[in-house]
Design a binder for this molecule. Structure first.
Ligand code: SF4
Length: 349
């Protein structure tokens, strides 16, 4: 008999399974709690469950779990995990500590099909979506590391690791449900940010579903030709279409949008690029995160000089648009934004 992954079962499905096997439904609740709240990796850990029931579960199910295969710590305290999945594939996730918060940056897919030219992950073709439990487990692993190294729990989560989260919609939403549920990690959705290249149809779907987490868009240019030259998504969904979905998002959720923006030499370092960003930001309540760029091996992109970033800041602030500068973290271990590429281990492509 092929054993099924018990973590793909909802609580109701587990209750139904026990009823079908002639046992009490509440066993389903107990098992669910062991799996999600207590993070059991084996049935033997479930000490308030009888030995007989544990053996019975073992006949039908496995518990698929990620394992941290290789952990690296940066000189700035950033931790990068290479996470091995049940089928041997690998993704990366990162713990980023600052004075005020500890953030987990998690992956949603193995590789990525979006082809952004500045991103190391794009070089690994998409192999598969992560399951909800594989996303959840990355957060649990980083939460443990946060407690171990920094003495407190994780405070924030960003879906900004490998993959495009909106192309793995159902599994990402299910993982967020578990992360925010009292039966899971009980984190506030306000502390979660989903970062996307911007797929208008999916942004509207999230708005209709009244999600409570934050939305960030990898924008990088507010000029269509420039954005299309770096991000193929812009050819099928241009900036106007994206804006329409963002206005819809704001109307439904009343939440401000974050635009992530890297300033590159000879790409978006002109006054025209700055003016375009300011004009774009005025169309919807938004703030801008200017992110420091980390060159990738063999890549052609270079961070623009600080004077250009300063020009962006001045112009955005002059127009009353909130702007933050996000310094790069974990550069020495290739854990910084856009650098995740499974360099910790060679994977078969
Ligand atoms: S930036 Fe994000 S969406 Fe674009 S290729 Fe990299 S991982 Fe994929």
């Amino acid at each position: 008999m092929d054993k099924k992954d018990i973590r793909s079962y909802s609580k109701d499905e587990l209750r139904a399974f026990f009823i079908e096997k002639g046992q009490e439904a509440f066993r389903g609740n107990q098992i669910y709690e062991w799996l999600w709240k207590k993070g059991a990796h084996t049935f033997d850990e479930m000490t308030n469950i009888s030995l007989e029931t544990r053996a019975f579960l073992d006949e039908y199910f496995t518990i698929n779990h990620i394992a941290v295969d290789n952990m690296q710590r940066s000189s700035d305290g950033t931790v990068k995990n290479a996470v091995i999945l049940f089928d041997g594939l690998i993704v990366e996730s990162v713990l980023i500590p600052t004075d005020s918060r500890t953030t987990a940056c998690v992956s949603s897919q193995v590789g990525c099909a979006m082809g952004c030219t500045f991103c190391a992950t794009a070089r690994i073709k998409k192999q598969r979506n992560l399951n909800p439990d594989e996303i959840y487990d990355q957060v649990v692993a980083i939460n443990r590391e946060s407690e171990l190294y920094y003495g407190h729990k994780l405070s924030n989560i960003v879906f900004m690791g490998m993959g495009e989260p909106l192309l793995n919609y159902d599994n990402v939403m299910e993982a967020i449900d578990k992360i925010t549920s009292d039966e899971g990690l009980g984190m506030s959705p306000r502390r979660i940010t989903l970062s996307t290249v911007g797929i208008p149809k999916m942004i509207k779907r999230m708005a209709d579903e009244q999600v409570k987490f934050n939305l960030a868009i990898s924008l990088h240019s507010a000029i269509d030709e420039v954005r299309s030259s770096m991000m193929p998504i812009n050819e099928s969904s241009n900036l106007d279409e994206l804006m329409e979905s963002l206005q819809y998002w704001h109307e439904k959720t009343e939440n401000r949008i974050t635009f992530e923006y890297i300033v590159w030499k000879d790409i978006n370092d002109s006054q025209k690029a700055i003016n375009a960003l300011v004009a774009y930001c005025k169309r919807v309540p938004a703030k801008v995160n200017l992110i420091e760029y980390n060159p990738i091996e063999g890549g052609e992109f270079q961070q623009a000089p600080t004077a250009i970033t300063d020009k962006y800041i001045t112009e955005l602030e002059r127009n009353h648009i909130i702007v933050n500068v996000r310094r790069s973290r974990g550069k020495d271990i290739d854990a910084a934004c856009g650098q995740l590429a499974n360099k910790t281990k060679i994977i078969e492509l």
